[in-house]
Design a protein around this ligand. Structure first.
Ligand SMILES: [Fe+2]
Length: 532
C-alpha cells in the first residue's frame, strides 16, 4: 500500500490559510510580467527550497494501459514562494516496481509553469502489463507522497478478473469523503469515476462543511474549487491507492449544461469561455492524458476506451459536451425538468452523445472481441418516468430526455447480436439495478443489457415518496434506493459480474461505516440483473 501514514501536510493549514494558499496559486502567475513568467533554463536548474509542501494536493494516476499510465500532481505555490516559483519548473517523476522503492524502472523530468496551473502530467511508458507500480515526484527540496498504480493486462491476456469501484457525485458541502477512505483500503484494479467530481453550486440546506468562494466562473475560480476538493485527505488517499478511469458530468462546469447552452441561456460564446475554463481546470487536476486538445480547452475530449485483456472493453462516455439541447425547456429556467406530452422527445436527430460519439461507440462495440462490454457514462439509462393523466413523464436531463438515442444504442445490441453489455452510471444519487430493453418496461421487448448505477459519495438523493413512485411505475428497475451514500463494488469474471452497493447513512460523517445495501449479479450470456 502507498505511504499514507505520513501525517497530512494540510493538518497545519486552517481553512482560512487553505483558502489563501489556493487563491495565491491561482492568482500569482498573472501578476508576473511575461519575462518573469518565462524564466530561463538556468532558473529551472537552480535547486529550489520550498517553505510549504508543494505536494499538498497529492498524487494520482489514471488512464492505465498495458504499457503505460498517466501520473499526476500539481505544485501548490503559496504566496511567499510565488514570485520565483511560477515556472517553468522541472519536476522529477520516478516509477518503481516495488513498494520499498528500491527497484526504479523509470524516471522522467517534466517542466511545469503557471500557464498550466503548475500541474504535472507524466505518461509513464515502457511498463509491464498487469503490474503494480509505485511513483513519486520531486521538486527541489520537496518530495511527494508515494502513489500506487496498476497497468492493464496485455490485449491478448485471458484475464481471470477485474475488480473495481464505481463512484460519482461528491458534493464537498454535503458530507465527508469517508467513502474514499474506504475505497483506498480496498483491493482493486481501478476506480471508475463517472462525474460530478466537483460541484460549482451550493445548497444552503445541506452544508456539513463549506465551499470556499462563490460559484466559479473563471479559470482561477475553478482551480481554487478543485484545489479545495484535493485538500481532502480521504480523496487524496483514494487517488494515491488506485489508478482512476474518469469521465465528467455537468457539475464540473455548471448544473444541467448541454453542449454550449447553460441553464441561463447565456450567449453561447460567453458560456463557452466559462466551459473552457472549467475543462482546463479539470484537466489540470486529473490524471488524464492531455492530448492536442489542451491548446484549445473549449473542446476537450474526455471520452475514451480501454481494454482489460480479453475480459472487458470499457468505454467512458461524454454525456455533456456534444448533447442536443434539453427538449421542451422552461424558457425562464433552463436545464432539465419533468415534462409530459413533449413532442420534441420524438425527434430522432436529438442525441445525448452527439452523432460522432454515437458512431464511435457503435463501431467499437460491434468490433469488440472482449467477453464483457462495459459502457460507463454519467447518468441512469433505464427509464424513471411516471404515468400521469397528461401522459408519461420524462426528466429531460437524463436518458428519458433522449429516448430515441437510447433506443438506437439498445437496438444496435439486438442488430449486432451483442451479448454481455453492462451499462454503468451515476449522477442520480441513488443505487439502481435495472434491466435494459429496447422499449423500456415493455415485457414483449427482450432484455438486451444490464444496468448498475451507483449512489453518490456525498450528494443528497431524492425523497422516498418519489422513489417509491418510480419503482412502481418502472418494472425494469429491480432496485432503487436514494436514501444512502456510498459507492459500488464490482467484480467482473469470464462467468459473470458480481456487484455490491456499499453504503452508509446520509449525510456522511467522518466516522461513518459502510455496509452492503444490496448485491446484484449478471450471468455471462444472460442479459439482466439478478439479486443476490
Ligand atoms: Fe451529482
Amino acid at each position: 500500500m502507498p505511504n499514507m501514514k505520513k501525517s497530512s501536510p494540510l493538518a497545519f493549514l486552517n481553512r482560512r490559510d487553505w483558502g489563501r494558499a489556493a487563491l495565491g496559486l491561482a492568482l500569482a502567475p498573472w501578476s508576473l510580467s511575461a519575462q518573469q513568467a518565462l524564466g530561463s533554463p538556468a532558473d529551472a536548474q537552480r535547486p529550489l527550497r520550498w517553505q510549504n509542501d508543494p505536494f499538498a494536493l497529492g498524487v494520482a494516476s489514471g488512464q492505465p494501459r498495458a504499457d503505460s499510465v498517466v501520473l499526476w500532481t500539481r505544485l501548490l505555490v503559496q504566496d511567499a514562494d510565488s514570485a520565483n516559483k511560477a515556472g517553468p519548473l522541472p519536476v522529477l517523476c520516478e516509477v518503481f516496481a516495488d513498494e520499498a522503492l528500491r527497484k526504479r524502472v523509470g524516471q522522467w523530468t517534466t517542466m511545469t509553469s503557471a500557464q498550466r496551473g503548475m500541474s504535472v502530467h507524466v505518461e509513464a511508458k515502457g511498463l509491464q502489463p498487469a503490474r503494480h507500480y509505485w511513483y513519486r515526484f520531486t521538486s527541489g527540496s520537496a518530495t511527494s507522497p508515494v502513489g500506487r498504480t496498476r497497468t492493464t493486462p496485455a490485449a491478448q491476456d485471458k484475464v481471470a478478473s477485474l475488480r473495481m469501484v464505481l463512484a460519482s457525485c461528491q458534493h464537498f458541502e454535503q458530507g465527508y469523503f469517508t467513502a474514499h477512505r474506504e475505497i483506498a483500503q480496498q483491493d482493486l484494479d481501478l476506480v471508475l469515476f463517472v462525474g460530478d467530481y466537483i460541484y460549482e453550486s451550493s445548497n444552503p440546506r445541506y452544508v456539513v462543511r463549506a465551499h470556499l468562494g462563490g460559484v466559479p466562473q473563471t479559470l482561477d475560480e475553478y482551480r481554487a474549487r478543485h484545489s479545495q476538493y484535493k485538500g481532502d485527505a480521504d480523496l487524496r488517499a483514494s487517488h494515491a491507492a488506485h489508478p482512476w478511469v474518469m469521465t465528467w458530468d455537468d457539475h464540473e462546469v455548471v448544473n444541467d449544461y448541454a453542449n454550449d447552452r447553460d441553464p441561463k441561456f447565456s450567449d453561447p460564446q460567453v458560456f463557452l469561455r466559462r466551459r473552457a475554463a472549467a475543462y482546463q481546470a479539470y484537466f489540470e487536476h486529473m490524471p488524464v492524458r492531455v492530448g492536442p486538445d489542451a491548446a484549445n480547452p473549449a473542446n476537450m475530449r474526455i471520452h475514451d476506451r480501454m481494454a482489460w485483456g480479453q475480459l472487458a472493453d470499457i468505454w467512458t462516455l461524454d454525456n455533456r459536451q456534444y448533447r442536443s439541447y434539453h427538449a421542451c425547456p422552461d424558457p425562464l429556467k433552463g436545464g432539465g425538468r419533468v415534462v409530459m406530452g413533449c413532442n420534441e422527445l420524438a425527434d430522432a436527430q436529438r442525441s445525448m452523445l452527439g452523432m460522432d460519439q454515437e458512431r464511435w461507440l457503435k463501431q467499437g462495440l460491434n468490433d469488440s472481441q472482449a467477453a464483457w462490454k462495459v459502457v460507463a457514462q454519467g447518468t441512469q439509462m433505464s427509464s424513471t418516468g411516471l404515468a400521469t393523466p397528461m401522459g408519461r413523464s420524462a426528466f429531460t436531463d437524463g436518458w428519458d430526455g433522449y429516448p430515441l438515442a437510447r433506443e438506437r444504442f439498445l437496438q444496435n445490441i439486438v442488430e449486432a447480436k451483442l451479448q454481455d453489455v453492462l451499462v454503468l452510471g451515476g449522477d442520480v444519487h441513488m443505487n439502481v439495478a435495472a434491466n435494459l430493453r429496447v422499449q423500456p418496461n415493455d415485457d414483449k421487448s427482450p432484455i438486451v443489457a444490464s444496468e448498475l448505477v451507483t449512489t453518490s459519495i456525498t450528494s443528497r438523493g431524492m425523497g422516498e415518496t418519489l422513489a417509491a413512485q418510480i419503482r412502481s411505475n418502472n418494472p425494469d428497475i429491480a432496485h432503487l434506493r436514494p436514501d444512502e451514500r456510498g459507492f459500488t463494488w464490482l467484480q467482473i469474471t469470464p462467468e459473470g459480474v458480481q456487484s455490491a452497493f456499499k453504503t452508509t447513512a446520509n449525510p456522511v460523517q467522518q466516522a461513518s461505516a459502510f455496509s452492503t445495501q444490496a448485491q446484484f449479479a449478471v450471468q455471462r450470456g444472460v442479459a439482466g440483473v439478478v439479486k443476490g
